[in-house]
Design a protein around this ligand. Structure first.
Ligand code: UD1
Ligand code: CA
Length: 464
């Protein structure tokens, strides 16, 4: 909702411009789909727009059209095609007829992803039925931006694009961020009157500022507190810079919330991390999706953790890849362990080096310490999966389940051919390949018997 000076709040509609090609990205992927902190640029903008609870969010798309819509199909937005990119004013004009005249329209850019909710609320606070709010920024190098031209009393008069600016105007350091909020009916009227009589032969959205002034509608500039927030992405250099901003902000948030981060420059959070107290995260850790860390969790260097939950006091040693796992409290994971979706470990489970766990459950105190594959298995409590044990879950066509009951020990290098149940307390001898049910409480051996050939002599090299 936007505010007028007096009277009730005015309904808000957001228009996001996302039709540009982004030539300078030199990529087959449309610019607004380039990922920042693990999500498309446009998704960040839609999120921020949604946080304002508008009546509607309109996205103007063009380049990479269907791909953009498909990638963001789950977003609750209205799509408007701008078939030809004739300028920012033309782009807004494609969507604005869909907005009721009594709304305030907030215009955002699909490639300006870091604007905060608060900045936009500050802007909307000075928009109204006869007020245009304009987000500006003061920058040391204004090259490329539209400049804000004020009159003798400091009132905003118009915006002049760099390419159309006089030498004197180019010296202005107060620039247009591109973001503005205006009454929908008047905006539509002004946009319909735009002319492309400028150096780029484009319909400039920025020309509506002079039209507002002419119509006696107040133009209220709001300076963006941190110009970094208003930065756009045009090339991979700027994309990497914004990524570093995201990285820094995420690390800072974690640290202020009590997490010890070994080096805030070497942690990547591309999603949402929640955590308990006294968590430690070593260098070069990447966290994606939704990650939940309990109290006193320690994550070693070089781990990649995606959509996972890690219980209190669990240690993850260096270089583990954990995806789609729920790991209980007091577990020891790694180094060099890999979890594929989806696994659940109870308390005190140990998963050691070069062990892969997939779609399995493991109950309290079970261990797979070395070089194993645990796939499609239900593992009981206190099981010891010996070094090199492989669960052969796949027959070349279908996957089958394995049940390993409590207190089972499998010897080194055993192969458990699924579907199979290993009874409680059973021991499978080292080197066995078991394909039939293994009875509880007994030793089962399934390997060739050891024999010694008494008469054998080692061949010797024949003399020529
Ligand atoms: C625009 C502003 C400039 C401002 C700058 C801030 C105008 C005329 N100029 O310039 O004052 O300082 O942004 O970054 O508005 N787009 C469409 N359809 C089009 C043209 C553009 O959807 O036909 C979209 C682009 O995808 C992009 C945004 O509008 O998201 C801005 O377009 P761009 O061409 O980059 O404008 P600038 O020249 O940077
Ligand atoms: Ca731009």
């Amino acid at each position: 909702m936007a505010n007028s000076d007096s009277g009730p709040a005015i309904p808000l509609s957001v228009v996001i411009l996302a039709a540009g090609e982004g030539k300078r990205m030199k990529s087959a992927l449309p610019k607004v789909l380039q990922p920042l902190a693990g999500r498309p640029l446009l998704a960040h903008v839609i999120d921020t727009a949604r946080s304002l609870q508008p009546a509607a969010i309109h996205v103007v798309y063009g380049h990479g059209g269907e791909r953009v819509r498909e990638a963001l199909a789950r977003e609750q937005v209205q799509w408007t095609l701008q078939a030809q990119q004739l300028g920012t004013g033309h782009a807004v004009l494609q969507a604005v007829p869909k907005v009721p005249d009594d709304h305030v329209v907030l215009i955002l850019y699909g490639d300006v992803p870091l604007l905060s909710r608060q900045t936009l609320l500050d802007l909307l606070a000075v928009a109204g039925p006869r007020q245009v709010a304009l987000l500006t920024m003061i920058v040391s190098d204004p090259a490329g931006y539209g400049r804000i031209v004020r009159d003798g009393q400091g009132k905003v008069q118009r915006i002049v694009e760099q390419k159309d600016a006089s030498a004197e105007e180019r010296g202005i350091r107060e620039c247009n961020t591109g973001v503005l909020a205006a009454p929908a009916g008047l905006l539509r009227h002004w946009l319909e009157g735009l002319k492309a009589d400028n150096s780029q032969r484009e319909y400039y959205l920025t020309d509506v500022i002079a039209m507002a002034v002419k119509a006696g509608v107040a133009v209220n500039p709001v300076a963006c507190a941190d110009p970094v927030d208003a930065l756009g992405v045009n090339d991979k250099v700027q994309l990497a810079f914004l990524e570093s901003v995201c990285r820094h902000r995420a690390a800072r948030e974690l640290m202020l919330a009590g997490v010890t981060v070994a080096d805030p420059a070497r942690i990547d959070v591309r999603g949402r991390v929640t955590h308990g107290k006294d968590v430690f995260i070593d260098i070069n850790v990447v966290m994606e999706g939704t990650v939940k860390l309990g109290d006193r969790v320690r994550i070693g260097p070089g781990c990649v953790i995606r959509d996972a939950q890690i219980g209190d006091d669990t240690q993850v040693l260096p270089h583990c890849v954990i995806e789609g796992a729920v790991i209980g409290p007091g577990c020891n994971i790694g180094p060099f362990a890999r979890f594929r979706p989806t696994s659940t470990l109870s308390a005190g489970v140990h998963i050691g080096n070069f062990v892969e766990v997939k779609n399995s459950t493991m109950a309290d105190g079970s261990k797979a310490n070395h070089l194993s594959y645990v796939g499609d298995a239900q593992v009981g409590a206190r099981v010891n999966i010996g070094a090199g044990t492989i669960i052969a879950n796949y027959d070349g066509a279908n996957k089958h389940r394995t049940v390993i009951e409590d207190d089972v020990h499998t010897g080194s290098n055993s192969v458990l051919v699924a579907p199979i149940t290993i009874g409680a307390g059973a021991t499978v001898a080292a080197g066995s390949t078991v394909a039939n049910q293994v009875p509880a409480g007994k030793l089962t051996i399934a390997r060739a018997r050891q024999t010694t050939i008494e008469s054998w002599t080692r061949p010797t090299k024949q003399k020529k």
